[in-house]
Write a protein that binds this ligand. Structure first.
Ligand code: HEC
Ligand code: HEC
Ligand code: HEC
Ligand code: HEC
Length: 281
């Protein structure tokens, strides 16, 4: 009798030990996959998915695929590569990434955390009309998506919910000075009038007069941001600055020039970090 009770209680102890600890925390992912990065977290911490089932379609719900998972590793060279690409492409002249940039288009820190990585990749490779087509290949696109996921994960936690700014496709105002004088060769996303211009033979000039426009490699702005004076000089005689340029001189009235500078700037309310926020923690 005493022996049987002892065996039973050992069995009960063993079973309760199992149910209390191991069973709920073993992800069913392991039925099909070997474990890896065990010391860095659970499968769903890095890949999302549903760990409570062996039905693959449900287990892979909202899965973050391997090529988009590098951002979970911390200090990943893939994220660094994404950041370099975002800088040379000038993503931040229209978007906020990692707390820096404008919100002429979506704040990607807020968006990316809830998006499917595949959708982010598709938005980059098949951009809407007012976003330039950078012709990124799959590896560069995945690097950019890793950057977006990394930054949004870090910032979503820190940020309170704010209303999203919604942009509507608007009919072009043919009296607008940018549409009239520049829109045949350039586009620009502006704070007040939305997307202006309709051709891409010249670069996309969104937020030209902010630090987020890609750094110039040639005059008049060389390795620094464009200033209103640079723009004025450039319009008068582009060839004086760049002998090989395909842009013709454009003559513009003083008051139109003021409007142009306004269109190619971004108001402080749409700049990140907000002006004066440097002191906040
Ligand atoms: C029933 C088996 C099964 C289960 C359960 C399962 N997987 Fe998978 N998983 C697969 C198979 C098969 C593939 C390869 C084919 C594919 O991508 O669908 C795969 C692929 C993957 C990939 C690589 C996908 C890519 O395109 O990079 C990841 C990451 C992954 N699974 C994570 C998980 C995680 C996390 C869980 C648990 C939440 C899980 N899987 C549960 C069978 C399973
Ligand atoms: C710390 C983050 C992290 C954790 C935790 C993690 N993974 Fe991954 N996983 C990655 C990364 C990054 C890759 C990309 C390839 C690599 O680095 O091995 C990846 C790739 C994969 C792949 C693609 C095949 C391969 O090995 O390249 C599968 C399947 C997968 N993980 C399943 C899982 C499962 C199942 C778990 C839970 C046991 C898990 N992962 C835990 C980050 C993680
Ligand atoms: C000239 C402005 C401009 C530039 C530069 C730009 N984008 Fe966009 N992007 C847009 C607009 C406009 C949209 C459409 C939705 C919106 O308003 O955000 C968009 C949408 C997106 C989306 C989808 C967001 C959503 O709402 O679903 C992603 C992801 C994205 N861009 C990433 C990038 C990346 C990465 C870069 C740099 C390589 C970049 N963009 C450069 C204007 C721009
Ligand atoms: C006939 C077509 C055409 C018109 C009209 C035109 N541009 Fe350009 N623009 C170009 C081309 C092409 C380039 C690229 C020049 C180069 O590679 O050196 C360019 C370059 C620029 C640049 C330099 C950008 C950079 O990143 O280096 C600025 C600034 C600019 N244009 C502003 C304007 C403004 C403002 C207007 C309207 C007042 C305008 N352009 C009208 C064709 C045009």
């Amino acid at each position: 009798m005493g022996f049987r009770t002892a065996v039973l209680s050992i069995a009960v102890l063993l079973m309760s030990g199992l149910t209390a600890e191991a069973a709920p925390s073993i992800p069913r992912c392991l039925a099909c996959h070997p474990a890896h990065y065990r010391d860095r977290g659970g499968c769903v911490d890095c890949h999302r998915g549903n760990p409570g089932t062996e039905r693959i379609a449900i287990a892979h719900d909202r899965l973050i695929a391997a090529r988009f998972s590098y951002f979970t590793l911390g200090d990943s060279p893939v994220v660094a590569q994404g950041n370099t690409l975002a800088g040379t492409a000038g993503c931040r002249r229209c978007h906020t990434i990692g707390g820096k940039g404008t919100t002429l288009a979506s704040d990607l820190d807020r968006l990316a955390g809830n998006a499917r990585p595949e959708d982010l990749a598709a938005s980059i490779q098949h951009p809407v009309a007012q976003m330039p087509d950078f012709h990124f290949g799959d590896a560069d696109t995945a690097a950019l998506v890793n950057l977006l996921l990394c930054e949004s994960r870090d910032r979503l936690k820190a940020r309170a919910e704010e209303p999203l700014i919604v942009h509507f496709e608007n009919k072009q105002d043919t009296e607008n000075i940018f549409v009239k004088a520049c829109g045949g060769c350039h586009r620009a996303l502006s704070a007040r009038e939305g997307g202006l211009g309709e051709k891409d033979s010249g670069p996309n000039l969104s937020a030209l007069l902010t630090p987020y426009y890609p750094l110039g490699k040639e005059l008049p702005a060389k390795d620094r941001a464009w200033t209103p004076e640079d723009l004025e000089k450039w319009l008068k005689n582009p060839r004086k600055q760049r002998p090989q340029t395909r842009m013709p001189p454009v003559s513009i009235k003083e008051q139109d020039l003021t409007r142009l500078k306004e269109i190619l700037s971004v108001p402080p309310s749409l700049l990140n970090p907000p002006v004066g926020s440097q002191n906040s923690p």
